[in-house]
Design a protein around this ligand. Structure first.
Ligand SMILES: [Zn+2]
Ligand SMILES: [Zn+2]
Length: 353
């Protein structure tokens, strides 16, 4: 299954069921049409390529209005709908998200990463396809009780629309990238793609990405309340960090060496074990309590930079006790420079003190 021109599922005319190429007769006797462009299909039970459907002839293909580029994705969507109608299970990945709120009386935001849902396997009551949500035609709408899950299918050249990332009706929104099926399909013998898809949907979280979870609103509200209730503590925390950082000239753009003498005067603190642990945690995963200085944005575990991450470029005037980690080669070191001793590069380095 190298390309989208290889079609795993066809629409069987007599039964009006979506079927995999392994469950029909070889050749034109398959009695199937392309679910995308309705051209008659030919089943290819070959010994070299993976079994697949192909459009019946070039002449017929020419007659169809558009080239049939989406047949792989369309056929997978139709098969998914049929499978969910038959009670197929869907493994949903866990979802964690960093939520942010401005601390009242200041311009500082405070962020925290919350787990909105753990990984779970779900069976749905109803399934519908091709409905409009937020002005977008979505692929599947699955319901279980009052919970609605919108599934948007993506592949190279088709990305999830921005509108779906903040849905009006509080549905969950999950992206399913059908390219992730390629490997499972390549390993499937004799065109048994239906079973392969059932297995993949129920067990794998590969290719599935949350874009919105209905709990997000409630968690945001809770986060806002927390920030409001704890504003003094949070602000004091920021001031402490800033007091140390101001001397290192971090907030004024690319690193310069003009204020190096002041660094030596910055408060020296004896680190307790738990502080040491939180520094290491910040280096490895990011943290809400320790500032991390990035060699470049490439060193951020977030998309772009997290709240407590600042890009500073190459720097060679840190204190000797500064901890560094290069996330490219995983080298760690302590010292005055954020240049990775192994890569001789600062772009992937994270630093804390
Ligand atoms: Zn087609
Ligand atoms: Zn390195």
């Amino acid at each position: 299954m190298g390309a989208f021109t290889l079609i795993p599922f066809g629409l069987h005319l007599k039964s009006n069921q979506v079927v995999d190429v392994g469950s029909v007769q070889n050749g034109i006797k398959c009695d199937c049409i392309c679910p995308s462009c309705k051209t008659p299909l030919i089943a290819r039970h070959g010994s070299i390529k993976e079994w697949h459907f192909a459009h019946q002839s070039r002449d017929v293909k020419k007659k169809t209005e558009k080239p049939c580029d989406y047949s792989f994705a369309v056929s997978v969507r139709l098969m998914m709908k049929q499978l969910f109608e038959e009670g197929a299970m869907l493994c949903l990945p866990s979802y964690s998200k960093s939520l942010s709120a401005t601390i009242p009386g200041s311009k500082h935001p405070y962020s925290h990463r919350y787990t909105l849902t753990e990984e779970k396997v779900v069976q749905f009551d109803t399934v519908e396809s091709e409905l409009m949500r937020n002005g977008v035609m979505v692929d599947l709408v699955l319901k279980i009780g009052s919970f609605e899950l919108v599934v948007y299918i993506t592949y190279d050249g088709r990305r999830i629309p921005e509108q779906l990332k903040s849905p009006e009706n509080n549905s969950g929104v999950i992206e399913f990238n059908v390219m992730s099926l390629m490997q499972a399909f390549e390993e499937t013998k004799s065109g048994q793609y239906k079973d392969a898809l059932i297995e993949f949907l129920a067990r794998s979280h590969t290719g599935k990405y949350w874009h919105y979870h209905p709990r997000e609103g409630r968690f945001q509200q809770r986060h806002d309340e927390f920030v409001s209730d704890n504003k003094e503590t949070l602000l004091a925390d920021i001031d402490t960090a800033r007091g140390i950082y101001q001397n290192t000239n971090i907030y004024t753009g690319p690193a310069t060496h003009t204020k190096t003498t002041e660094i030596a005067n910055a408060p020296q603190k004896t680190l307790t074990t738990s502080k040491q642990q939180s520094r290491i945690y910040a280096l490895e995963k990011g943290s809400e309590s320790v500032y991390v200085l990035l060699g470049s944005q490439k060193a951020s575990y977030e998309n772009g930079e997290g709240f407590r991450e600042n890009t500073m470029g190459k720097y060679t005037d840190f204190r000797e006790s500064m901890l560094h980690l290069c996330i490219k080669c995983e080298h760690r070191w302590e010292g005055k420079s954020n240049l990775c001793n192994q890569c001789q590069n600062f772009e992937y380095t994270r630093s804390v003190f």
